[in-house]
Design a protein around this ligand. Structure first.
Ligand code: CA
Length: 361
């Protein structure tokens, strides 16, 4: 009898423990993680601003409500170019921004947006995901307690809006232009005066003459800003052949998330990035279709040959100086150059050949 009592007590204890384990894991599975995201873009910015909203919705639905992401636009946090520091410090858990805004902070981040005369969007995605680009990007961000993921591509960007026509290299001398990243460096080397200005201040700066020219993105992004009203010369691409935005993540916060939520976030980043790329292509095509009909004052131009030659030479010199100064920059430049060589040979015989031969002459 005594033994039976012991057995009963033992079984009761076991089942109590089992219930405790089950309910604890149920609590863990139900725990809601509330994350805050700061974006560089102002409230209601189309396409760029849609990426984080799309990502937050996907993450919330895939996690069955366990991930709740609040998005603060630049109008709220007032620091469009402070996203790097705010996510690094943990003031925000996530950011949506672009890597080439951290010029004065961590120069090697500039390689992960878009390179003048560099890879186009699909070529660059292949480099990120299959060609070692992601590993190099994480290496650059890691010392800053940050992870960085591709966050959506604008595709080829237009060369920008100019108040006066650029007829030769001489017309660039002293020209004040908003143009970020290495493209700004290249512009400086051919005699212009580059600067970076937050998206929300672009039109006013151009209208008031603080700058003579600017580049933003492409027709879908640019026309609604009104640049064409004050700077009607619209130039074709050279400087941002496939600009990637980035989702930044505070590394300590990332490490505190359960593995399944990390996978869900990573998947949401990747799907939102693809959606933004598709949306940009579609919106640019639609805007281009109506742009000249609705704005007959716009004059579309290619940069003259001497300007392109000078910029290509300046870019080459800049890259070779960067590789001499910094071992990490050297590895990134070499990785990009090797990949570009390989992937462009394929682009030439596939996409370029198709574009040239498929159109009626
Ligand atoms: Ca741009």
């Amino acid at each position: 009898m005594k033994n039976n009592n012991n057995v009963t007590r033992f079984l009761q204890a076991v089942s109590l423990a089992a219930i405790t384990v089950v309910s604890l894991s149920a609590i863990a599975a139900d725990k809601v993680y509330r994350l805050k995201l700061a974006e560089t873009w102002g409230t209601g910015t189309p396409i760029l601003g849609d990426a984080s909203k799309n990502m937050a919705r996907l993450a919330n639905e895939m996690s069955n409500g366990r991930l709740e992401i609040r998005i603060d636009s630049a109008n709220k946090h007032k620091a469009p170019f402070g996203v790097f520091d705010m996510v690094k410090a943990g003031q925000y858990d996530l950011g949506h921004t672009s890597s080439y805004y951290w010029k004065g902070k961590v120069p090697n981040t500039l390689f992960f947006s878009s390179m003048p005369f560099g890879m186009m969007s699909t070529e660059q995605y292949a480099w990120f995901y299959r060609g070692g680009g992601m590993e190099l990007m994480q290496e650059v961000y890691a010392p800053h307690n940050l992870l960085s993921f591709p966050g959506g591509n604008t595709d080829i960007q237009m060369g920008g809006w100019f108040k006066k026509e650029i007829k030769s290299l001489a017309d660039l001398k002293g020209l004040k232009m908003r143009i970020p990243g290495f493209a700004g460096e290249v512009f400086a080397r051919v005699g212009a005066s580059p600067t970076n200005i937050p998206p929300g201040e672009l039109f006013t700066s151009l209208e008031r003459g603080t700058i003579d020219a600017l580049e933003w993105v492409g027709p879908a992004f640019d026309l609604r800003m009104g640049f064409q009203k004050v700077a009607p010369y619209y130039y074709t691409a050279w400087h941002e052949p496939g600009t990637e935005t980035q989702f930044l993540v505070n590394k300590r916060k990332w490490d505190s998330l359960p593995k399944d939520l990390q996978v869900i976030l990573e998947t949401a980043f990747r799907v939102a990035a693809f959606d933004m790329y598709v949306q940009a292509m579609d919106a640019n095509a639609q805007s281009w279709d109506t742009m000249l009909k609705e704005n007959p004052n716009i004059k579309v131009r290619d940069f003259p040959e001497d300007v392109m030659d000078a910029m290509r030479a300046a870019n080459k010199a800049l890259l070779s100086e960067l590789t001499e100064k910094d071992e990490q920059a050297k590895r990134i430049v070499e990785s990009q150059a090797e990949y570009l060589k390989k992937v462009r040979a394929w682009t030439d015989i596939s996409a370029k050949a198709y574009l040239e031969t498929s159109q009626a002459k």
